[in-house]
Write a protein that binds this ligand. Sequence first.
Ligand code: ZN
Length: 319
Amino acid sequence: MARSLSVPSLPAAVSVREVGPRDGLQNEPEVIATVEKVALIEALAATGVARIEVSSFVSPRRIPQLADAEEVLSAAAIPVGVLVSVLVPNRRGLERALALRERGEGRIDQVTVFLSASETHNRKNVNAPVAASLAAVSSVIEASRSEGLRCEGVISTAFGCPYEGHVDPRSVLAIARHLVDAGAQEVALADTTGMANPRQVQSLFVAAREALGGEVELTAHFHNTRGAGLANVLGALQVGIDSFESSVGELGGCPVPPGATGNIASEDLVSMLSELDIRTGVDLDALIACAARAQELLGRPLGSHLLRAGPVRWVPEEL
Ligand code: ZN
C-alpha cells in the first residue's frame, strides 16, 4: 500500500536570541576582560539577532565570569531594535538591575528568571527545592513587571534530568502555568543537559501551547550535548515554534553536572534556518566572524560547525 507523505509547513520567520555572553561565558572557565566582552556583545548585537542576553546579576562570588555585569551593561552600545535581556536569579539581582537603570547607566528591556523542572537538578544548581525557587522567581517576575520590564521564565531540564532521568511533562507544564500566572510573557523550555529528542520536543511544545494559550511566547533552548540540537530545532519548527535561544560558537554548558556541553551554536542555527528559507534577519557572515572572535578570546577550538566548515556556498568561489 502506498503511503502518502506530506511536508510539514514551517514558520516563515524565526526570532534568534543570542545567549552566548551570559549562558555561554558563565560556563566557560576563562574570565574574559570586560572590554573584550563589550566588543563581542556589540558585534553580536550588530548581526541582526532579535535579542541578546548580556549578563547576569548573579552573585560575583558564585560566577566570577559575570562579575562585571554593571560595567558591561553601561559600556555596550546595543541598537534600539535589539532587546537587551539580563538573567536575574533573585530579588537581590533585580535590585542591582533596577539600580543600574535608575542611574541611567544601562538599558535593560527584559529580565530572565530560571528554575529546573527536576528537584535534584534544581537543588544542585541553586540549592533550593523547586517549590521554593518557583515562589522566589514568581516574586521577581511580579516585581519586574511592575517596573515595566518584559519577563521570560526559563524551565531547565524540561526534557530530562541527568540525575532523575525522565521528567514528568505535567510538572513542566505546571511550572510554566505558574510563571505565566505570575506575569511571564515568555516561557522557554530548556534542554539544559542535551537529553531531548525531536518527538519529545514536539509533544511538549504542543502540550505547552495548549496549556498556556496563544498569547504566551514559547521559546526553545537546546543544548548540543548529544548532537541532537538542530534535529530538535527542526522538531520545534514543525509544530510552529519560531523563537530560539542559541549561543555564538556553541559556547557554554551547565554548571551541573560537569561536562555538559554548550548551547546550539547561533551560526549553525542561522545557517540551517537560512537553508530552509526561513527569515532570521541575521547576517550569517558577521555571526561567524563573532564566533571566530570568541574562539580567539578563549584560545581553544569551539564546538561550532560553521566555524570549521563555513557557510553553504551554492556557487563555488573558485573553479
Ligand atoms: Zn543553556
